[in-house]
Design a protein around this ligand. Structure first.
Ligand SMILES: [Ca+2]
Length: 419
């Protein structure tokens, strides 16, 4: 074989190898540029004094409580030095300033609602805290309090009413008596009055048979109420709350209810201390639409629970985050899932992927402002253009290499021409 032809074949083999390398490089770049399922955790605020409850205003500002009595706000991503309000309280064990909630019609009712134990430690109060900084007002008083089984969750339901969790303070008889306060989920109007159509008549009781319910969240698609419940030495639960529902305590712990009570959706044999609970909002990746999250203080985790189509049962229960510190509050906010630890507020950001293309079925919140500290989203947005640029350079290089090789082959063949 003439040397020029050997050279030409070698050149073609080199081109083929270059093709394989470039194809591999393209695959790697695409894999890198494609947003993955992975998420990252960033710190939103640190050096805080035991933040408990988290709630977002429609503009994306974050209102949160510190257990010893301060209601604080992160405004345009910056922690305001002065608290929005100082609530008189006591913070021994499970008492203190606990959850906060923002009403749906916050334009018409510009306030945040807060659950706090009175300084004497004997009762709990729900406060209305105006956003303009004027003085907070007590709207619900004389809920039983205790250093243990205190409860303290607040959420506005799909009906606009205010739902409150309250433990039984070791007085177990309270839990099964609809007329007694304690061991309940209550339902109130936003002004603190008892709605005329409450399930047990003229009492705030909405559901009973609970020991120490803490976190409360509303499913944005079904409107269902979900509550975390702390059981005795294990039997921690997550319950889907229905009107007039009896959740077993103290007769039944964990599963084992007959027609008399309702089994938990999730229960745990060990003491995980379930705390905050939250559903994603409309800006969440579509793949999260069928999940909710709950935190476990004792386990220092955040669980990601996948619901069935009816959104009534769990089909999967995964650990989303193993934290170095206990996790207390949980709330979906701009760009991700926010959580509180004893000293900080953090955000878990989720990357969107190709399966997240369909539009969310969750109604968007009115006018969300730019996300707080959303460096992750920026990085994600930047990922694709960079990947495409590098891909372009590689393809350009490949074309140049081919042109050069073809040129060389043609020259070699011409030089070896016997004619
Ligand atoms: Ca139960």
């Amino acid at each position: 074989m003439v040397p020029a032809l050997v050279e030409a074949r070698r050149a073609k083999a080199t081109t083929a190898r270059a093709f394989v390398r470039v194809a591999a490089a393209i695959w790697l770049i695409q894999a890198w540029a494609q947003p993955s399922l992975a998420q990252s955790t960033t710190t939103v605020a640190s050096d805080l004094a035991f933040p408990v409850g988290l709630a977002f205003l429609p503009n994306g500002d974050l209102v949160f409580s510190e257990k010893q009595g301060t209601v604080r706000i992160i405004e345009d991503g910056v922690l305001r030095a002065q608290p929005l309000a100082v609530i008189p309280t006591v913070s021994a064990s499970e008492t203190g300033l606990l959850d906060v909630a923002v009403p749906h019609d916050v334009q018409g009712d510009p306030a945040v609602y807060a659950f706090a134990t009175e300084p004497n430690g004997l009762t709990n109060t729900v406060w209305r805290v105006p956003l303009d900084g004027s003085g907070p007002m007590r709207i619900i008083e004389d809920l039983p309090a205790g250093t243990y089984h205190n409860g303290g969750g607040l959420a506005f339901g799909a009906d606009g009413d205010l739902y409150v969790t309250n433990g039984e303070q070791h007085e177990t008889d309270r839990a099964q008596d609809p007329e007694a306060l304690g061991g309940k989920v209550y339902r109130y109007e936003a002004d603190g009055s008892v709605p005329a159509d409450n399930p047990f008549g003229e009492v705030p009781t909405y559901a009973l048979g609970l020991r120490n319910p803490f976190g409360i969240a509303i499913d944005p698609l079904s409107g269902d109420i979900w509550v975390t419940e702390n059981g005795p030495s294990g039997d921690d639960e997550v319950n889907r709350i229905v009107a007039q529902g009896n959740y077993g305590w103290p007769e039944v712990v964990g599963s084992g209810c007959d027609e008399e009570c309702i089994d938990p959706v999730l229960s745990y044999g060990s003491t995980i201390v379930p705390t905050g609970i939250a559903f994603p909002a409309s800006d969440a990746p579509r793949r999260l639409e069928d999940v909710f999250f709950f935190a476990a203080y004792g386990e220092a985790t955040v669980h990601q629970v996948t619901l069935n189509d009816a959104r009534t049962e769990a089909v999967a229960d995964d650990i989303l985050l193993r934290s170095k510190e206990p996790v207390i509050g949980l709330e979906w906010g701009p760009g991700g899932l926010y959580l509180s630890t004893p000293s900080s507020i953090k955000k878990i950001a989720f990357r969107k992927n190709s399966s997240d293309q369909p539009e969310s079925r969750i109604d968007p919140r009115p006018s969300l402002s730019p996300p707080i500290g959303d460096d992750e989203a920026e990085r994600e947005a930047a990922g694709r253009p960079w990947g495409l640029l590098i891909l372009g350079i590689l393809i350009g290089g490949l074309i140049a290499m081919r042109v050069r090789l073809n040129e060389q082959t043609r020259k070699d063949l011409a030089g070896d021409d016997p004619s």
